[in-house]
Write a protein that binds this ligand. Structure first.
Ligand code: PHE
Length: 354
């Protein structure tokens, strides 16, 4: 019989409880706690043994010691439950922390591949705008769907005018048949501008255009133009030629040769085409320039008085010039892109070079 069992069961209960509480408190995981609980509260624990030993005490002492052991067990069970809660919470937090995806790290890893850029056509459009803004032009925009009036009639092409066949037109199924079109050029934006703004006007107008073309090395059915319009007093063809020269020098550099060839547009008189030496073959002749050594970049001319009349500007007081550059063509010639169709393919191996 132990000393405690004999004379001081309360002291025995207190010692057992203190040791058990220490073991419970020392457990660092829920698994370790479960083991500790079996060791201090289970059948083979000091507490259980002390309980079994109660039978050796006389009835009064047994009752007292029994109560002490019972109370000690109750407190230890409470302590174990509390410890279990604390450990379980810590383990859950640790698990969540371990499962956490560090998204900042993922972004960092992907960034060099995933970062986008402006499409070459957009970059080119902005570069062209910049050259003209530096020359004192403003930038304006207009709608991509136009009525027949803006795309043709106000530009000196009455209904059934044969010059309309210069533009293979997509008609929209809107309103009366053949009254609404996808604009075939940016020239209708000139009309919008002159309707809303009094001269003097110095503006460029970039935008998307649509023609019923079979795509080839130089043509896309959806393409981009940068329209230019200057309306002022005393504007001559020399101003037009000088402006085009300044532009091509600034954008292509002084090595590239430019030429103007007489042409016809219903809304300009006289009219011309702007051509540059083909940058793919340096003028020798290739598939891109159809073996001519030259590539057409723009149409241009002096604004026809009939256009001024259509928008209510007095052709006796004002004169002006206009031009329309193919933005995609400019990108093609500037970067030596043999076939324009690659611009539409969206192959990142091509796009990320620019
Ligand atoms: N709009 C003409 C075209 O697309 C180009 C142009 C613009 C010609 C302005 C003269 C003046 O073919």
């Amino acid at each position: 019989m132990t000393e405690e069992g004999n004379g001081a069961p309360a002291v025995a209960a207190a010692r057992i409880e203190a040791q058990a509480a220490a073991a419970i408190g020392a457990a660092q995981t829920t698994d370790a706690l479960a083991e500790a609980v079996t060791a201090v509260l289970g059948k083979r624990s000091d507490l259980a043994r002390a309980h079994r030993d109660l039978g050796r005490l006389d009835p009064d002492a047994r009752r007292e010691a029994g109560r002490d052991l019972h109370d000690a067990r109750q407190r230890l069970e409470g302590l174990a439950a509390e410890r279990r809660g604390t450990l379980a919470a810590a383990e859950r937090a640790a698990m969540l922390q371990g499962d956490r995806l560090d998204l900042t790290e993922v972004t960092e890893v992907l960034t060099p591949m995933a970062r986008g850029r402006l499409h070459l056509v957009t970059q080119t459009q902005r570069a062209l705008e910049e050259v003209f803004v530096a020359m004192g032009f403003t930038v304006a925009e207009g709608p991509e769907a136009e009525t027949d009036w803006y795309n043709f009639e106000a530009l000196n092409m009455p209904p059934a005018h044969p010059a309309r066949s210069m533009w293979d037109t997509f008609y929209l199924d809107l309103g009366q048949p053949e009254t609404v079109v996808l604009r075939t050029h940016t020239s209708p934006v000139q009309v919008h501008l002159m309707e809303h703004q009094l001269p003097p006007i110095h503006a460029v107008m970039p935008g998307r255009c649509f023609r019923r073309e079979t795509p080839d090395a130089r043509h896309l059915a959806t393409f981009h133009q940068l329209e230019g319009l200057v309306v002022d007093r005393g504007i001559t063809f020399a101003h037009l030629a000088g402006t085009l020269e300044t532009f091509t020098n600034a954008y292509f550099g002084p090595d590239i040769h430019t030429r103007l060839r007489p042409a016809y547009f219903p809304f300009t008189e006289p009219s011309a085409e702007v051509e540059i030496t083909c940058t793919i073959c340096r003028g020798a002749g290739c598939r891109t320039c159809s073996s001519t050594g030259w590539v057409e970049l723009a149409g241009c001319g002096m604004v026809d008085p009939a256009v001024f009349e259509a928008v209510g500007i007095d052709p006796g007081e004002w004169t002006g010039f206009a031009f329309g550059f193919g933005i995609d063509r400019c990108a093609q010639m500037r970067h030596g892109i043999a076939d324009l169709r690659i611009l539409d393919e969206n192959d990142v191996r091509f796009l990320r070079q620019f």
